[in-house]
Design a protein around this ligand. Structure first.
Ligand code: FE
Length: 302
């Protein structure tokens, strides 16, 4: 078992793209996905945008949930104590307050614009509970897989307050760089095996944003305000565009519609390893899943 592999924050393996990068061979949209309205935890209403049937296509990403409601009944139950093993959870809070506590003794409060990056590794039991009685709660939770060699690493987590998330600007473009890089700005987090790019892109009406991306990286965009266009395909609000891995492509171009747009842009290097999931456990084989359930039931995840 490797020690603290999940905590390794390494310098990017790639050199920074120049701020004035212009994509010459941009990717197209392969398909649009609406996601599945569902509820999780203690009755939190959400839309599962990246569902289990897309895990292979969007490797190394396992799930993306979008939550957003002005109604307390939709979120007040929160996510009481539950386990995770074998991957990372990345929670991005657009608006609201959510308190995190875990069995490793970590505790943190996520507020507007903040990110929590948690490496479950060999296992944690944690709760994610709203710390507000009313008002709006809106954000995303992304599940990012770990390579087989790191699945049983020591758990790790980092709360990233909004002020510590690097931001990049271009004409009509404002990007919050959660992971990877954009417009010559290095993001808050880097990961060696999966090389994730996680951007919150704000576009003024008609503005254009070019992002360099290797063709092998799986990528998608989820629009949460306004609408945008990717290589001639309109991506409306509350839709995910899965981006084609066009051989020879050099990046992605997002162009906002007349009302402007806000979207999360997510990409990563596929692991190409078997995926075995049972609820909150994601391993490589069924045997490892049985072991995870057994370890959880025996109290060995706490
Ligand atoms: Fe959780």
């Amino acid at each position: 078992m490797r020690a603290a592999a999940g905590g390794a924050i390494i310098a990017s393996m790639n050199s920074l793209q120049t701020p004035d990068f212009v994509s010459q061979r941009p990717r197209r949209v392969e398909r649009l996905v609406a996601g599945q309205p569902t509820s999780d935890g203690a009755g939190v209403k959400l839309v599962r945008v990246l569902t289990q049937d897309l895990q292979r296509r969007l490797d190394p990403f396992l799930m993306l949930d979008a939550f957003g409601s002005d109604s307390r009944d939709d979120y007040i139950g929160g996510f009481p104590d539950h386990p995770h093993r074998g991957f990372e959870t990345v929670t991005y809070m657009l608006e609201g307050r959510m308190r995190h506590r875990d069995s490793a003794g970590n505790e943190g409060l996520l507020t507007n614009g903040a990110v929590q990056w948690m490496t479950a590794g060999r296992g944690v039991i944690h709760s994610e509970m709203p710390e507000q009685e009313d008002g709006r709660m809106e954000g995303f939770q992304l599940w990012l897989n770990l390579p087989a060699r790191d699945k049983l690493c020591e758990p790790w987590y980092r709360d990233i307050p909004s002020a510590e998330i690097p931001e990049a600007q271009a004409e009509g473009v404002h990007v919050r760089v959660i992971a990877g890089q954009a417009l010559g700005v290095q993001g808050a987090m880097q990961r060696e095996a999966t090389a994730p790019t996680y951007l919150d892109v704000h576009l003024a009406p008609g503005a254009r944003f070019d992002q360099a991306l290797p063709p092998a990286h799986n990528a998608f965009v989820y629009v949460y305000r306004g609408a945008l266009t990717v290589a001639g395909t309109e991506v409306p609000r509350q839709r995910m565009a899965v981006l084609a891995n066009t051989p020879g492509s050099d990046g992605v171009v997002l162009t906002a519609g007349a009302e402007g747009a806000r979207a999360v842009f997510i990409a990563g290097q596929p692991l190409n390893e078997p995926i075995a999931q049972y609820g909150p456990f994601v391993m490589n084989t069924n045997q490892e899943i049985y072991q995870a359930v057994e370890d959880f039931q025996a109290g060995r995840l706490a």
